[in-house]
Design a protein around this ligand. Structure first.
Ligand code: B3K
Ligand code: ZN
Length: 848
């Protein structure tokens, strides 16, 4: 195996003073000339450069002379020049290589997307372009010359020269190779500009294919908001004359923060009311912000090595979450973030792929761009902020930017900044970075003589390679509510540091109701003894929106867990939710969140956390039953709300309009359980926006009457990739359990199932994986179908295959029959000849 260990870190033995690159672009034979100016930091070190075997080396000189062939050697992944062939002082290494972008189906390095040249270098793509010390702690300035007959030629930094067939770019800010980017294509720009607070005028461009300009405006608006927000909230200004964003159709993930030249998956740039949903708009706004914010947290301050990935990702996610909270409803944002943390990160943390936010070993770093590194990385920063307070956080961040600008930093550096700025000892807190697993936090209450005592116990189950988990610092936000619903003690943070710890509140007139873990103050699973009546009380009275939502959630879950195990339940929830539906003072988006039942996946996760083997069919039936009963009980209220929440006038993606639509859609989802789908059919036919049409389509498919709508959508949008991706995804996702695999099989045979396109592949395979009972079909058909496609994809694009293999990460929690079939699928993949490092690492961790 090719295991890398954090403990093995050594600085690179050479400084790289500057780099000049020249590209002669041709689809099958691109030439790259690289001039690297090195300065040895120690004597006697060999010069080891990364570079794959697909690079053809045409020439190599040191200070203009060809070294003795005996001193130059290559293996599959590196090129080494022996110390004996190197001067003891500064020297220039020049190489000329040839590469074949047209053969690059892995979309890492330089590749073609629809005839356009583009790059993806994070984490280790630059080594597919030329020989180079491809590691983030080697930072230098780049000068890039591009020759090509493509009309638009872009790279990082500021433009120096633009002529027909040629462009030169210079990036004055030292950067690691993973932030390098180059684009050459037939593109048009939506342009604007931004004046920074110190008066620098920045040209802004969003580059898209001709014809897509009218769908790029929202991305530009989002960029301008992000630039302003980072100045206001963090005092961070942009530092180049131009900021370019390019949309490409073939992209392995969402987007990439290359210095001055962000490259985006087109689905995170292009939006119009008739093609994109409210959720798409919100996501575009937040990802544009995320990539922009990386300019400081990631680019100006980068990571020393890839073990430190969460240094830039956790912080940048935290910043984009703050941004969205400021642009929209903070309460709704917090609740949705917790929902997705639980759905993705808790799921990861409870299975064979669990790892700490800062892992200490890996085989393939691309497998570690995970919910744990990103979302839990952000939660850890949220806790830090809660512990040191807003001022402490601000001071620490100022010091971080001041002290580490231009550095390749570590988690230790990050924590040191907080210690120095606030005087706090963070030794114990660091465990959040180094330890995997989700702590279980038990809370018990004692009451007597006006005194309430809360007794907490924490315990983190073992994770792979980490059997024992010492106690962590857990900030627990608590408020107390009197019997009449008034708050008797506003939120305060209890700082838990021991395995068991008690906190008391004195002088209370009557026994209060405890609102615990307000705002989801720590990423833990709270277990408390509480009855449904108390939950309903909190749902009605809690002043903390997260805790209020959570009370409703718990009520729903307690019913669903009962129902899934064959017991009658749900009346309390149905009654409580009726009051909420009727509450006209509550934010519609909040009411929508409360109305959406927990997903089948979430129910399965909860059951298995309690040691119950989840039965996917029973869970599906329980959820369907509860939704129908809510609709039956509250039919009059719901149909009134459905009419009331219609948004008149032209579509606008703003938060208020989106909130009303989200409530209306949640209501539609319930009503369509009892109206046969009639309302959905009307809405599909009349709605002028994709948000409502998609929601209607989901209801229609669920009712078994989606065929006409699907055909209409295909007729209208057959040549719109992004809409057709939704079309491919929704069918296996919403299909009845018995049909889901068969539907996926049929779709996979279509001519337009362009499987090498990551979006299309993710749509179909991800759609099936999101159908909990369909993917986990008892006969194993979902597993077998998925494994077949992962093996096929692995030969073309290992990153995508490995990423999608996480569909299997929960396999051990199911019954013996399903486990046997899932294991067979995993073993089949493991045995595949020529399996990539990416997929092999994932599969072997899941089997172990
Ligand atoms: N930093 C990139 C992700 C790169 C993924 C490489 N496999 C996007 C982001 O997090 O902003
Ligand atoms: Zn990022």
């Amino acid at each position: 195996a090719n295991e890398q260990f954090l403990a093995d870190y050594r600085p690179y033995p050479f400084d790289l003073k500057q780099v000049a690159l020249e590209f002669d672009l041709a689809p099958a034979a691109t030439r790259v000339l690289a001039a690297l100016d090195f300065q040895p930091r120690e004597s006697g070190a060999d010069l080891v450069l990364d570079g794959g075997k697909q690079i053809k080396l045409l020439s190599l000189t040191i200070d203009g002379a060809v070294p003795d062939a005996a001193h130059v050697s290559r293996d599959d992944e590196t090129l080494t020049i022996a110390a004996a062939a190197l001067p003891s002082g500064p020297f220039r290494l020049e190489t000329e290589v040839q590469i074949d972008p047209s053969a690059n189906t892995a979309f890492e390095g330089l590749y073609l997307s629809g005839g356009m040249f583009c790059t993806q270098c994070e984490a280790e793509g630059f080594r597919h372009i030329t020989f180079y010390p491809d590691r983030p702690d080697v930072m230098t300035t780049f000068r890039v010359l591009v020759r090509s007959d493509q009309p638009v030629l872009l790279s990082n930094g500021n433009p120096v020269r633009q002529e027909p067939g040629l462009a030169e770019w210079h990036d004055p800010w030292p950067k690691p190779s993973y932030l390098f980017a180059l684009v050459a294509g037939d593109l048009v720009a939506v342009s604007d500009h931004f004046t920074t607070r110190s008066g620098r005028d920045v040209a802004l461009n969003v580059w898209v294919r001709p014809g897509d300009q009218d769908r790029a405006g929202f991305a530009m608006e989002s960029l301008i908001k992000s630039m302003k927000w980072d100045e206001d909230a963090y005092g961070r200004e942009y530092d180049l004359d131009v900021f370019n964003i390019v949309a490409v159709d073939d992209f392995n993930m969402g987007a990439m923060e290359n210095k001055g030249l962000n490259i985006f998956n087109s689905k995170l740039v292009l939006a119009s009311p008739d093609t994109a949903t409210d959720a798409d708009y919100e996501r575009i706004e937040s990802v544009i912000a995320h990539e922009y914010f990386h300019n400081w947290t990631g680019n100006r301050i980068t990571c020393r090595d890839w073990f430190q990935l969460c240094l830039k990702e956790g912080l940048t996610v935290f910043r984009d979450q703050q941004f969205t909270a400021d642009m929209r409803s903070a309460a709704v944002k917090r609740i949705s973030d917790v929902q997705s943390l639980r759905a993705r990160q808790f799921r990861e943390d409870q299975g064979p792929l669990a790892h700490p936010p800062r892992p200490d070993h890996y085989e393939e770093i691309n497998n570690f761009y995970t919910a744990t590194v990103y979302e839990k990385g952000a939660e850890v920063i949220g806790m830090l902020k809660r512990l040191v307070g807003d001022d402490g956080y601000r001071k620490s961040l100022d010091l971080y930017f001041q002290r580490h600008d231009g550095d390749a930093a570590t988690i230790e550096d990050w924590l040191q900044v907080f210690e120095d700025a606030t005087g706090r000892d963070l030794t114990q807190f660091k465990r959040w970075y180094t330890d995997a697993g989700t702590p279980r936090l038990k809370m018990a209450e004692d009451w007597g003589d006006g005194r309430l005592t809360l007794r907490f116990t924490q315990n983190t189950p073992p994770t792979p390679g980490q059997p024992d988990k010492p106690a962590r610092v857990i900030p627990i936000s608590v408020g107390l509510i009197g019997p009449n619903g008034d708050e008797v003690l506003p939120s305060q943070i209890l700082e838990m540091t021991e395995a068991s710890q008690s906190f008391s509140f004195d002088g209370l007139g009557a026994r209060p109701v405890v609102s615990a873990l307000r705002g989801f103050s720590a990423p833990v699973i709270l277990e408390r003894e509480i009855d449904d009546a108390t939950r309903a009380f909190l749902l009605a009275h809690d002043s903390d929106p997260f805790a209020r939502w959570e009370a409703g959630r718990d009520l729903a879950l307690s019913a669903l867990l009962q129902l899934a195990q064959g017991n009658m339940a749900g009346d309390d929830y149905i009654a409580a939710i009726g009051q909420l539906i009727a509450d006209e003072n509550a934010d519609p988006a909040f009411r929508a969140l409360c109305l959406n039942l927990p997903s089948e996946e979430e129910i399965a996760t909860r059951l298995s956390a309690r040691g119950v083997v989840p039965d996917p069919d029973a869970i599906h039936a329980a959820r369907t039953d509860l939704a129908r009963r809510i609709a039956e009980t509250h039919e009059a209220l719901l149909s009134n709300l459905y009419r009331l929440m219609a948004v008149p006038g032209a579509y606008s993606p703003d938060a208020d309009a989106a909130a009303r639509r989200s409530l209306r859609i949640a209501v539609l989802g319930l009503l369509s359980r009892i109206d046969g789908g009639d309302r959905a059919e009307v809405l599909f036919g009349t709605a002028g926006n994709m948000t409502e049409r998609m929601a209607a389509l989901v209801c229609l498919i669920r009712r078994g009457r989606g065929q006409t709508a699907l055909r209409l959508l295909e007729e209208e949008f057959g040549d719109n990739r992004l809409v057709m991706d939704k079309w491919f995804m929704i069918q296996p996702m919403v299909a009845p359990v018995a049909e889901s695999v068969q539907i996926a099989q049929t779709l996979a045979k279509r001519k337009d199932f362009d499987w090498k396109n990551p979006n299309r592949f993710r749509a179909l395979l991800g759609g099936l994986a999101a159908n909990h009972a369909g993917f986990h079909r008892a006969d194993g058909a979902g597993y077998a179908f998925t494994a077949d496609w992962l093996m096929k994809m692995d030969r073309a694009n290992p990153q995508i295959a490995a990423r999608m293999s996480t569909a299997f990460e929960t396999w051990t929690r199911y019954d013996a029959g399903r486990r046997e079939k899932a294991l067979a699928a995993l073993q089949r993949m493991a045995a595949m000849e020529g399996i990539s490092r990416n997929l092999r690492e994932m599969v072997s961790r899941m089997i172990a």
